[in-house]
Design a protein. Structure first.
Length: 191
């Protein structure tokens, strides 16, 4: 009789455990669905050290700063930039009020330019009222001083042509920096 009671008690306890476990799994699934629907998905920041051919990357969801610096001449640009574009597409779903795309690239190739255009296009789809996308472009001071209005118009034209259906307010800031990265001159243009 005691053995039978022990078996029944064990059966009831394991059944209760299975019910609790199923209940907890249902709650977790429901929370996941709600977080996706309401845009509460936590995005992991991306930090990648630069190399001789790839840029330093620091994409921070909490601050809204997306930084690319150094050189960008990767052998396989898609391998480098596809994960960044996926991250940006996720970020657009729950952005900061001000998003700063900081491009301090000493040199980049044409395949990088295509991926940068895709990133800017994706960021331009931030669809929250009163949110702002600031694109920061850093140049060596000599290059900045030699840049004429036509070259600046070309840069703006490339951006505007790339984002005809922008949902967010966009500003462009250009900086002339010295060899230590200190800003010497700057200008701001609202698009």
């Amino acid at each position: 009789m005691a053995n039978n009671l022990t078996k029944r008690f064990f059966f009831l306890m394991t059944s209760a455990y299975k019910v609790k476990r199923k209940f907890l799994i249902c709650i977790l699934v429901l929370f996941k669905v709600l977080s996706v629907v309401t845009g509460m998905v936590e995005i992991q920041n991306i930090f990648i050290d630069g190399s001789a051919k790839t840029p330093h990357v620091d994409f921070n969801q909490h601050s809204g700063d997306l930084i690319l610096s150094g050189k960008s001449i990767p052998e396989n640009a898609a391998k480098m930039y596809e994960p960044l574009l996926r991250w940006v597409n996720d970020y657009v779903g729950s952005p900061r009020q001000t998003t700063n795309l900081r491009l301090s690239l000493e040199y980049f190739n044409s395949s990088t330019a295509i991926w940068l255009a895709k990133i800017v296009r994706s960021l331009s789809r931030i669809a929250v009222k009163d949110y702002v996308l600031l694109i920061h472009l850093y140049f060596e001071i000599e290059e900045y001083d030699e840049m004429n209005m036509d070259e600046l118009k070309d840069i703006i034209g490339m951006l505007v042509d790339n984002i005809p259906d922008a949902k967010v307010s966009i500003g462009l800031k250009t900086y002339g920096v010295d060899e230590n990265g200190k800003t010497i001159r700057e200008s701001t243009i609202l698009i």
